[in-house]
Design a binder for this molecule. Structure first.
Ligand code: ZN
Length: 147
């Protein structure tokens, strides 16, 4: 027995919109989201076929999310721990003052380049080169750049 649960997804990386579904009968850890329908194609992805739109957009979104994690791991000095002044909860994590990561995409269809900007001057040019090389190894050429 399969009970499909429908959901909609608009990524924060472009204006496309999709409907996807998963089987509610399965345990949460076994659920797999399955693409169902393209609801809207954004101007950046007009050159793609309906069949590969979802995979390309999902890939871009995951590339952005993974890259942020990689940068935060490689540049631990971006963040600090603090105690929440209202709840008193200790060891919360936030970006340090004037630090953070900005991102944007350029290009179109399946050749969009993700550009990351690390705010603040915590990353030397040799560190930047090292992280760019890590990301090139992970995603391939012309996929991610840190400026
Ligand atoms: Zn799109």
């Amino acid at each position: 027995m399969v009970t499909w649960h429908l959901n909609r997804w608009s990524p924060d990386t472009c204006g496309c919109k999709f409907e996807y579904q998963w089987d509610e009968e399965l345990a949460v850890r076994d659920r797999v989201s399955v693409w169902k329908e393209n609801l809207r194609t954004c101007p950046d992805h007009m050159g793609l076929t309906d069949a590969n739109l979802y995979d390309v957009v999902l890939g871009e979104n995951q590339r952005k999310n993974i890259t942020i994690v990689r940068i935060e791991t490689e540049v631990p000095d971006l963040k600090e721990t603090y105690t929440d002044p209202e709840t008193g909860e200790p060891n919360r994590i936030r970006y340090k003052w004037q630090h953070g990561i900005d991102w944007s995409f350029s290009g179109s269809d399946d050749t969009r380049l993700l550009t990351m900007v690390i705010r603040g001057s915590v990353v030397s040019s040799s560190e930047r080169t090292r992280i760019n090389n890590l990301l090139r190894t992970e995603f391939g050429t012309n996929k991610v750049t840190i400026t």
